[in-house]
Design a protein around this ligand. Sequence first.
Ligand SMILES: NC(=O)c1ccc[n+]([C@@H]2O[C@H](COP(=O)([O-])OP(=O)(O)OC[C@H]3O[C@@H](n4cnc5c(N)ncnc54)[C@H](O)[C@@H]3O)[C@@H](O)[C@H]2O)c1
Ligand SMILES: O=P(O)(O)OC[C@@H](O)[C@@H](O)[C@H](O)[C@H](O)CO
Length: 510
Amino acid sequence: MNKLNRQQLQAAGAALGQSPDKHAANAAAGAYPNDAPVTVLQIGEGNFLRGFFDWMVQESRKQGLFRGGVAVTQPRPSGKPKIDALNGQDRLYTLVIRGLDNGEPVERRELISVFAEAFDPYEDWQRLVRLAESPELRIVVSNTTEAGIAYRPEALTEGEPIVSYPGKIAYLLYRRYLAFGGAADRGLLFLPCELLDRNGDALKEAVLKYAADWGLPEAFREWVTTANRFLNSLVDRIVAGYPDQEQAEAWFAEWGYRDDLLCVAEPYHLWAIEGEPELDELLPFASAGLNVVWTDTLEPYRKRKVRILNGAHTLMTPLGILCGVEYVRELMEDETLGAFVRRTVGEEIIPTLPYPQDEMAAYANEVFDRYLNPFVRHRLSDIAMNSVSKFKVRLLPSLEHYALKGERAPDGLARGLAALLRYYRVRQEENEYRGTAFDGRSYAVRDDAEALATLAAAWDEAGRTRETPEETAGRLLACETLWGKDLSQWPGLAAQVAQVWAEWTKGERT
Ligand SMILES: NC(=O)c1ccc[n+]([C@@H]2O[C@H](COP(=O)([O-])OP(=O)(O)OC[C@H]3O[C@@H](n4cnc5c(N)ncnc54)[C@H](O)[C@@H]3O)[C@@H](O)[C@H]2O)c1
Ligand SMILES: O=P(O)(O)OC[C@@H](O)[C@@H](O)[C@H](O)[C@H](O)CO
């Protein structure tokens, strides 16, 4: 069977546009017109951007609202296989949107054709520099995970690729600044999608640090802040990526082509962007009828989503994996585990949020329905990656709410923390860290190397010193490098964690 290629796109377009004419067919399919300029640079080849941003560009293009194409590059050398795979299928991929939309089951297949270019910036650095100097370029979008926006000092060597994402932007902006003589109207609009608090500000700050490190002129740094916009935004859509092989094979047989970049997403989508609605002229997603909200108050959107949706994911994941559960939906359908998640969100997390409680409860119910989407198989093992830093952002603030009032942690949140610590009872085996589930099966744990080393050493020390479980809990909670503060000081928390572990030892699971 053939790989996806342009011929399939034209066939799809012809079917949609009822026309054998190539241009009409391409327009109907939202295809990239060969003579349109690249207006967007996308740093990130991952599932999320392909299931969210690129789909939005495609939707806007179908309506004739968005002109231009996207050049995609990977943020790390290790992302190259996906760029190669994209080029191997004429820069096309299939997005399947599956789930309940206003209670109605939907399954839509879209051939996404927004990529005008896909290249490896580490192999062809000058191509990226030329793009930065292009007058047509207007927008830079990224998703490099929360780790990608970090500032890590790095040398600037003329002609050699910069490794980090913000470092790249600092240099590329400098080249753009030089190319246009610092013209005020040649700045770019940055839309980082990383789930970091005030992601636009974080990117700008890191860019300016690199500019200062490299001694770039003060006038350039001024231009970075005055001529460019770094928008803070909050993205929300569950993009599960490539489906199970069995499902993929069934689709390939039906469609008559194979697609290595096949991606599955839910129908729900929200992009709240801090900026004036006039920016929709440049990024006409709201005009295209997509759920894109221009707002001057991002915080309520962010807090609601990170604390409820992501918080519940991070609450359920360690316990689910310890219990041998594989998928979010399976966990929510389990009588005990599902009730545990609903109860903790409803009775413990929502009351910590300073917003109308009925609105928060309605949002949580919508989230539970999304978790139960029968068509999106969201793996707990995917969500589990980097759970320590996720816990800090998603669940710790809810726990802290009680600690600051001098209260003990409520039961569900304490159990979530106990599960996280038990999940990270890991040992290094060759190149990876592994933990052991309740049934004795072993699982791999992916996290920051330093965090894993700290947790493995703490558990090892606990095993050798014959301390009590409460002392072990205290030892783990005291690791400020992990939590950003000493949690062993919070009222009764170590004892609560030890109590939960004792229940699990007796075979009680929640
Ligand atoms: N998948 C979803 O449902 C979803 C929804 C909302 C937000 N997100 C965000 O997306 C991220 C995961 O992305 P995905 O689902 O596309 O997964 P993915 O594995 O398909 O892609 C991850 C991307 O991040 C890059 N990356 C990873 N670590 C990096 C680092 N240290 N520095 C620079 N780049 C790095 C990879 O090269 C790749 O481009 C999460 O961190 C989250 O912030 C995902
Ligand atoms: O993408 P991660 O790995 O940061 O987190 C896993 C999930 O919580 C996350 O992807 C959500 O599904 C998403 O944030 C929904 O918008």
